[in-house]
Design a protein. Structure first.
Length: 201
């Protein structure tokens, strides 16, 4: 095919246009999937910390700190579920702190009590493969606590790596198919023009 021909230029333009669309779609799918998976981890932490606050921390004056620690360990088992949980008081006293996750997928950060925190706080630390969720909770007696939950982002990263490999693998094939299709379509669309030229000659 002559690079200077109309057929070649139209086919090349169509392929480049489709390649741009495919690339934009792939990037959008990647970032959308990443945001969705990260939101699922955040929602899990929000739900678990809410349960701990309402079912255990709310009655800590009655049940006691030892009961709180035993219940969190028994019902939530943070280490086995690859989570890290820390409950701290206003003065920085640690009421409960779990061990490191069994899969060693992240190192729990040292986070002290954060003053003036009224709403749950989320920090995505992709560099260290972890999501930090902090829920403030104030008892009717006025005492304030913060439940810190750290979750691993390794499953999210593994899923994204798999998606990236699939997109990289499929992109050349999609481009090749589009190039062949473009060449066929352009060739057929130029048939009437060729016939007019042939008749005129």
């Amino acid at each position: 095919m002559n690079p200077r021909s109309i057929r070649f230029r139209l086919a090349a333009y169509h392929v480049l246009l489709l390649a741009g669309v495919l690339l934009a779609f792939s990037l959008a799918a990647f970032w959308g999937f990443r945001r969705h998976l990260t939101h699922l981890v955040e929602a899990q932490c929000a739900n678990l910390t809410h349960q701990i606050a309402e079912s255990l921390l709310a009655n800590v004056h009655v049940s006691g700190a030892d009961y709180l620690r035993d219940e969190v360990q028994e019902h939530y088992d943070p280490e086995t579920n690859n989570l890290f949980v820390r409950i701290v008081e206003t003065n920085g006293t640690v009421v409960y702190e779990s061990g490191e996750p069994h899969d060693r997928s992240f190192s729990p950060p040292r986070v002290s009590f954060l003053p003036n925190l009224k709403e749950p706080r989320v920090e995505v630390d992709a560099g260290n493969g972890r999501l930090v969720f902090i829920r403030p909770y104030t008892l009717p007696q006025g005492e304030s606590y913060q439940i810190q939950m750290i979750a691993s982002l390794r499953p999210v990263q593994n899923s994204l790596e798999g998606l990236g490999r699939v997109e990289i693998l499929l992109f050349p094939f999609a481009l090749l198919i589009s190039a062949i299709g473009s060449a066929v379509l352009v060739s057929r669309s130029l048939i009437p023009i060729r016939q007019v030229i042939a008749t005129a000659q």
